[in-house]
Design a protein around this ligand. Structure first.
Ligand code: ADP
Length: 322
């Protein structure tokens, strides 16, 4: 991975301050992202899974500096993202983009969809009317929308079509990396596969890399090259897709996988994940998963395990493998 990485994240943290009273005294910190290191190569899809509240969205937004990092390093194509001046972020965001779960969040209801896509180009300094028209038409074609649809307003479109427009906006400046934050979770199941296929076609054609955030392991299995599992702000397992599904090691990964296995006929032995993810304001001591772990040992509440390599490219943070 070293050298050829498009994105390299080292020990990234994003803590939200919690204040109380009129004087807004600091009463605690929400450790939404708590020391994440990962890398993504050009054209690679890294799937990021974990239950709701594990910090996946915050990680994606912090990498793009839509949220300011508390500490850590982010290197994107040789650019030191953390120390980048605010005025230079626009250029970065042309090359590293985000697609959100809710397509409405990136569309202005009062603007035609053609206008919305055009706006994404104008923001990045394209002003020639002929070039704008040509690029909007090309982007719409790329995401499978008829050029004539450009005159319509968002409310005239279905959820899947709106997500296509969101993707077109994200692709405006030919990005190298797209952070896709649950891009199909809000869509009807019948439409999800179409949007996933579209994203993969674009990847194959343009050599795009994705950080693909999803709580749904079957989606991640379909499209990832590698998979990372996040729990309470930390990566707890990371491996190539084949290795990940053949030889899952972390008890949290086992539990997530057993939940999808039992959805199939004949599936059994479900490992139950009881309760919710604990609050990142006050995470459990030691290994933060120990309170829900089916393989908990005496050491687990005492000491946090390190992320260690157990096989080439396979990393896990669990005392079982230390
Ligand atoms: P996920 O994407 O895995 O569902 P999030 O990144 O949305 O998780 O959230 C991780 C944790 O950070 C949650 O406990 C959430 O409540 C908290 N959090 C997210 N955004 C903020 C914020 N702006 N202020 C305070 N806490 C936040």
């Amino acid at each position: 991975m070293a050298g050829g990485a498009l994105l390299q994240v080292k020990d990234l943290r994003k803590y939200y301050r919690v204040t109380t009273g009129l004087m807004r005294r600091l009463s605690g910190e929400i450790r939404a992202v708590d020391g994440v290191s990962l890398s993504i190569n050009s054209g690679e899809v890294l799937g990021l899974v974990g239950e709701s509240g594990c910090g996946k969205s915050t990680l994606g937004k912090t990498i793009l500096r839509l949220e300011e990092p508390t500490s850590g390093q982010i290197n994107f194509n040789g650019i030191d993202v953390v120390s980048l001046h605010r005025r230079d972020l626009r250029e970065l965001r042309g090359k590293m983009q985000i697609v959100f779960q809710d397509p409405d969040s990136s569309l202005d209801p009062r603007m035609t969809v053609g206008g919305s896509i055009e706006e994404a180009l104008v923001v990045h300094g394209i002003s020639d009317p002929a070039e704008l028209e040509e690029r909007v038409a090309r982007l719409m074609q790329k995401v499978g929308l008829e050029a004539g649809f450009g005159e319509r307003y968002p409310h005239e479109f279905s959820g899947g079509q709106k997500q296509r427009i969101g993707i077109a906006r994200a692709l405006a400046m030919d990005p190298q990396l797209v952070i896709a934050d649950e891009p199909v979770s809000a869509l009807d199941v019948s439409v999800q596969a179409q949007i996933l296929n579209l994203m993969m076609d674009i990847r194959d054609r343009d050599g795009l890399a994705y950080l693909f955030v999803s709580h749904d392991l079957s989606v991640v299995k379909y499209l990832s090259d590698r998979v990372a599992v996040m729990y309470l702000g930390k990566i707890v397992e990371l491996a190539d897709k084949e290795e990940f599904f053949r030889n899952p090691l972390h008890p949290y990964t086992e539990a997530l996988l057993s939940a999808i296995a039992t959805l199939r006929p004949g599936g059994s032995n479900r490992i139950l994940l009881t309760g919710d993810v604990p609050s990142p304001l006050n995470p459990p001591a030691g290994c933060s998963f120990h309170t829900r772990c089916h393989r908990v040992m005496p050491v687990c509440p005492q000491m946090a395990p390190e992320l260690t390599q157990t096989a080439p490219g396979h990393y896990v943070s669990c005392h079982l493998y230390a």
